[in-house]
Structure formats: structure tokens, C-alpha cells
Write a protein that binds this ligand. Structure first.
Ligand SMILES: [Zn+2]
Length: 412
């Protein structure tokens, strides 16, 4: 059994893009923004060649029927940590301090495959959490076809203000889950991380200075503005971890490209974000997972922390803030990425808007003009689910077909 699976994996990993054009006929197509019954999609050379009704296909075209299924653009995970695994099995502190980089990378290889098989053909990985620049090698191994995984946007080590992050130890300074830098050194850290391979820069705009206390801002407005400017000079976007309204406000004014979490956001802050078109990545699924680890059964009434996250998310929706789909995967299991989609719907977002957030929306917010929609010329990153996910969003947890760059990596 194990041997069969292993040979199958090797075969898939070394499979070239399908040579002949392929005409895919599902029941319906979600193009990233709207549903179309009776559409087909023609793929060739790793790209989408055409999408629409009654397509004419060239001689020699392979035909692939997906009866009863909806074809969508490959999902884009907005917030993952492939080098972490669920905190209920091993607490975050112990992963950072006691697991070797080799062990963490070995597990990340499995996490990358699980992410792709769940239909996530692109993932924004927001920091290795103490595993150095291991994400650079992971991304390379995926891109070269040695292992299966999504197309990665990586942040390498991420940057925190000295003293603000974790793990904490009162006896000595222990290795931290991100690079510590501030003042003029902050801009140097941004540049070093970009030079080491970061596709984007991740800053922690606030954090709990000591365990058990609430979050407080870390970087000053001047520091944040300088860091974002240095990243933008290098053509890299910036993601800012911010739960407090003040850190969110500073990040928005600094020109940050996406704000992560936002659990304490207020109406004024969300109004500012909406005005500046700064997206929020709410990571509702991570808060829900942590509440479950503390005993919540997932039913209503939800514990206060979950209720507060949902309330902030609703304020953001009401203010018209662009919403990214990203669950902070790693807190919970890789491959269960769609939990964030269900959490967003549960918190009041329409199913169609959730699907857009996970496809065309994330592509737009992350500057990925070559994916996120089903349209001629874009990457042939496609996923199929049973039924109609607009009518029943839980379909996104039952992915049956995944194509990445024209290669079928899953067909149940
Ligand atoms: Zn995170």
C-alpha cells in the first residue's frame, strides 16, 4: 500500500504538462466572479486557451468530462505556515525550540502536498516561525517538480520588534520565531530577507509583550512606513500581523498591502482600510481552532474570542473592506484550508463572495494577474467540486479534481 502510494507520487511529480490540448466539460464553471452553466474550458500548454459554451476544439484534443461537478479556479490560500503543524499535538513554543529544521522541512513536504490535494494551487506562506529560510528551498523543490505542492509566495523569517515575540524564557534569550529588528535595522532586515528569497515581507505590527496580556503595538508609525517603503522599492508587497486597531491604522497609513487577523478592528479603522482599499485577511479558522483546543465543541454559543472575531469581521464587511481568504493554516491541519471559507460564511459573508475571495480576490490582493479566474491566457490551475458550491459551500471540502499548470494532480 505504502509502496504503491509512493510510486504514484513519483509518477505524478515527474509528469510533464499534458502535451495535447484538453477540453474539460463540467456541469458548470465558476469563473472567479460568476457561475456559468454549460461552459467548457479548453487547456493547452499549461494555460487556459478558452472558456465558454460550445467550444470548438482542435483535432487530437483529449476530452475530460466532470459530470455533476463545478469547475473553479485553483483556490489561493492567503495565510499558511507550511513549517508549522497543529498546536494541539505540539505547542508552538515546542515546535520552534525543540524540532530540528530537518524534521520541520520533512513535515512541510507532506503539508505542501496536502494543501495542493485540497485544491489550493497557490499559497501565501507567512513566515517559517523559527525555521530560517527553509521556505526558499521548499518553494524551489516544488517549482522544479521534485515534490508536489502549491505555487508559493514566501516571507522567509518575518520580522518582529526586539522583545515583543516568542518563545519567552525568563532565564536566557531563546531563539525567536521571527527575526528581531527595529529602528534603522528594521529596513536592513527587510532588505536582507528580500535578498534571501522573500517574495513578500511580513511584519508583526503588534503582539502580546508578555504571555497572558493583550496585544499592544510594536513598530512606530515611522518604522512601519520606512519598512514598507523599503519593501515596495524592491517590488515586494508587505503583510502586517495586526490585531489592535492602532497597529491596523499604522499599517494602513504606511501603505501595507494586506492586514492579517484584525480581531480588534473598530469601525473607524475599517473605514480607513476601505478608503485605502487595504484588504483584511481575517483568519477566523485559526481562532476557532484554538477555541476548540481549549474545549469548545464548535456549536453555538461560541466562546467570547470567536464571537469577537466574527463581530470584527462583520464590521469590516459592513465598511466595504476587501476580504482576503486565509486561515492561518498550521494552527490547524494543512489540507483543511477550506475551513476558513466555511468560517467566513458562518460569520455572514455570502457564499459567492467567499468563493471570489478564495480565487479572483486573493489573486488581485496578492498582485497575481496570471491566476484566480477562468479566462483565456491564465494559468491552467483548476479545481472541481461536486454539486454547486454557491448553493452548498461545504462542497469546497470535497475536492475531486485538481489541475496545476495543465497537469492533473488529482482525479478521484
Ligand atoms: Zn500566521
Amino acid at each position: 500500500m505504502i509502496r504503491t502510494l509512493f510510486s504514484a507520487l513519483l509518477a505524478i511529480a515527474s509528469m510533464p504538462a499534458i502535451a495535447a490540448p484538453t477540453l474539460i466539460t463540467p456541469d458548470r464553471v465558476w469563473d472567479g466572479e460568476a457561475m456559468h452553466s454549460g461552459w467548457q474550458v479548453l487547456v493547452d500548454g499549461g494555460r487556459i486557451v478558452a472558456a465558454g459554451p460550445n467550444l470548438t476544439a482542435p483535432d487530437g484534443t483529449q476530452r475530460l468530462a466532470l459530470p455533476g461537478q463545478t469547475l473553479l479556479p485553483g483556490f489561493i490560500e492567503g495565510h499558511t505556515h507550511l513549517l508549522l503543524h497543529p498546536y494541539d499535538a505540539v505547542p508552538w513554543d515546542d515546535q520552534v525550540l525543540k524540532e530540528s529544521e530537518a524534521y520541520r522541512v520533512a513535515r512541510a513536504v507532506v503539508h505542501a502536498r496536502a494543501t495542493l490535494m485540497a485544491g489550493f494551487t497557490t499559497a501565501r506562506d507567512l513566515g517559517t516561525e523559527g525555521a530560517g529560510t527553509a521556505d526558499v528551498g521548499l518553494k524551489r523543490a516544488i517549482n522544479e517538480g521534485h515534490i508536489l505542492g502549491p505555487r508559493l509566495l514566501i516571507a522567509t523569517r518575518a520580522i518582529v520588534a526586539p522583545g515583543s515575540y516568542a518563545p519567552k524564557n525568563d532565564a536566557w534569550h531563546v531563539p525567536q520565531g521571527a527575526e528581531e529588528a527595529d529602528g534603522p535595522n528594521l529596513v536592513s532586515a527587510v532588505r536582507r530577507q528580500i535578498g534571501a528569497g522573500a517574495d513578500l515581507v511580513k511584519l508583526y505590527g503588534d503582539y502580546r509583550w508578555r504571555p497572558g496580556e493583550g496585544s499592544r503595538p510594536t513598530f512606530s508609525q515611522a518604522e512601519m512606513t520606512a519598512a514598507v517603503a523599503a519593501a515596495h522599492d524592491a517590488g515586494r508587497p508587505v503583510a502586517v500581523h495586526a490585531n489592535t486597531a492602532e497597529a491596523m491604522r499604522r499599517a494602513t497609513l504606511a501603505g501595507a498591502d494586506v492586514i492579517e487577523h484584525g480581531g480588534e478592528g473598530d469601525a473607524a479603522t475599517f473605514a480607513l482600510m476601505a478608503k485605502n482599499k487595504t484588504p483584511l485577511c481575517p483568519t477566523l479558522a485559526a481562532g476557532e481552532a484554538i477555541a476548540r483546543y481549549r474545549g469548545w465543541n464548535g456549536q453555538d454559543p461560541a466562546p467570547p474570542v470567536v464571537v469577537e472575531d466574527r463581530a470584527a469581521f462583520q464590521l469590516a464587511l459592513k465598511a466595504g473592506v476587501p476580504i482576503c481568504m486565509g486561515g492561518d493554516v498550521g494552527v490547524f491541519a494543512h489540507g483543511e484550508n477550506a475551513r476558513e471559507m466555511l468560517a467566513m460564511a458562518k460569520a455572514g459573508m455570502a457564499n459567492a463572495a467567499v468563493l471570489t475571495a478564495a480565487t479572483a480576490g486573493n489573486a488581485r490582493y496578492f498582485g497575481l494577474a496570471d491566476r484566480g479566474r477562468i479566462a483565456a491566457g491564465l494559468l491552467a490551475d483548476l479545481v472541481a467540486v461536486p454539486g454547486d458550491p454557491v448553493a452548498d459551500l461545504t462542497a469546497v471540502t470535497r475536492v475531486r479534481f485538481v489541475m496545476k499548470g495543465g497537469t492533473v494532480v488529482r482525479a478521484d
